[in-house]
Design a protein around this ligand. Structure first.
Ligand code: PHE
Length: 338
């Protein structure tokens, strides 16, 4: 092959290669052009290099020099095309995105203050060895009254004082009512387990009270029950005091005032110290021997205490909520504070 013919092919390859690299619009087209012209195995440059051997020896230095210039030119063109394709790609990315703008805050939900209170009370009582028991909100008269020593003629059973369900006579085991106290769970637990018993139960109770700052027709109670040998009122007072100290913090004192509940004997109202005064926490007492006997416990062998406190009341006290209806208005401005 003559030098002139070789140089002619070289020129033709240079302009074709330059054009292909210049026209590549994306990385794939660029790679195809690279393989076609600069490919190490079967690229056109490689093929031309083989023809260099056919050039007369005296022309080889000139031919080789031009060949090297061509290779450098195509390498440079490839690099230039790479940078062009890359900056085109970057420019095509959405330029309306401004990473310096403030982000959207995702509002975080939270548990209702009463749910938070219930969880905290369960945790406190759990540390004192009480496990959680549960019972139905729709109850029969046996568990809401009878077994709790509240006989048929008792005023607490007045239909006007309770939410009876209008299923009387239509369902077995009725009449049913929405439980008016969590003391029902005392009975349900003792029916199922042998002493010793150490449980709490937290849940909704229902009474047809007119809603005001301290009443609501549905509210929550925490019920505690401990039955074992030689349980005394001193144990009751200690547990209530530890409970109040844990929930309210500080050096809380507990006071008992004589009271009456059909299912405890003796019965007390429980007060605790709060801001230089006393506030009422709920009711308590020693489980009445009749109640123990009714669930098959031997009252000569076992004694126990029980207490029932209002969840809304303790929560409202701690957080300074003046009106318990706020717990049920679902106003996020109120709920967000907890
Ligand atoms: N069940 C009672 C009430 O609702 C409270 C109570 C519970 C009293 C346990 C004594 C023992 O008022």
């Amino acid at each position: 092959m003559s030098l002139a013919a070789f140089l002619a092919e070289l020129d033709e390859l240079q302009s074709a290669g330059q054009r292909a690299l210049d026209e590549a619009q994306d990385a794939a087209a660029l790679e195809a052009a690279r393989v076609e012209f600069l490919g190490a195995k079967s690229g056109r440059l490689k093929a031309l290099q083989k023809q260099l051997g056919a050039v007369p020896p005296s022309d080889k230095p000139a031919a080789g020099k031009r060949f090297n210039e061509l290779k450098q030119a195509l390498d440079a063109a490839l690099e230039g095309a790479r940078q062009r394709v890359e900056s085109q790609r970057a420019a095509a990315v959405d330029t309306t995105f401004d990473p310096s703008l403030p982000g959207n805050t995702r509002p975080l939900g939270r548990l209702h203050p009463l749910t938070q209170t219930i969880q905290e009370l369960q945790e406190i009582m759990g540390r004192l060895g009480f496990s959680v028991a549960d019972g139905p909100e729709v109850e029969d008269e046996f568990h809401n009254f009878e077994a709790l020593n509240i006989p048929a003629a008792h005023p607490a059973r007045d239909p006007l004082e309770n939410f009876y369900l209008s299923t009387a006579g239509k369902v077995v085991g009725g009449p049913y009512l929405l439980r008016s106290q969590t003391s029902t769970v005392q009975i349900r637990v003792m029916e199922q387990t042998r002493p010793p018993v150490r449980v709490i139960s937290l849940g909704r109770v229902y009474r047809p009270d007119t809603a005001d700052a301290t009443h609501y027709p549905m509210f929550h109670q925490i019920e505690g029950l401990l039955v074992d040998r030689r349980v005394t009122m001193a144990d009751l007072k200690s547990v209530l005091r530890l409970f109040a100290q844990s929930y309210f913090g500080g050096d809380v004192h507990i006071r008992f005032r004589p009271s009456f509940f059909p299912f405890t004997e003796p019965s007390v109202e429980v007060d605790m110290t709060w801001h230089q005064g006393w506030i009422e926490m709920g009711g308590a007492g020693m489980v009445d021997p009749h109640v123990l006997a009714a669930v098959g416990y031997d009252p000569d062998e076992y004694t126990g205490f029980a207490f029932g406190l209002g969840v809304e009341r303790v929560c409202a006290r701690r957080h300074g909520v003046a009106d318990i209806r706020d717990f049920y208005r679902n106003d996020v401005r109120f709920l967000r504070q907890f």
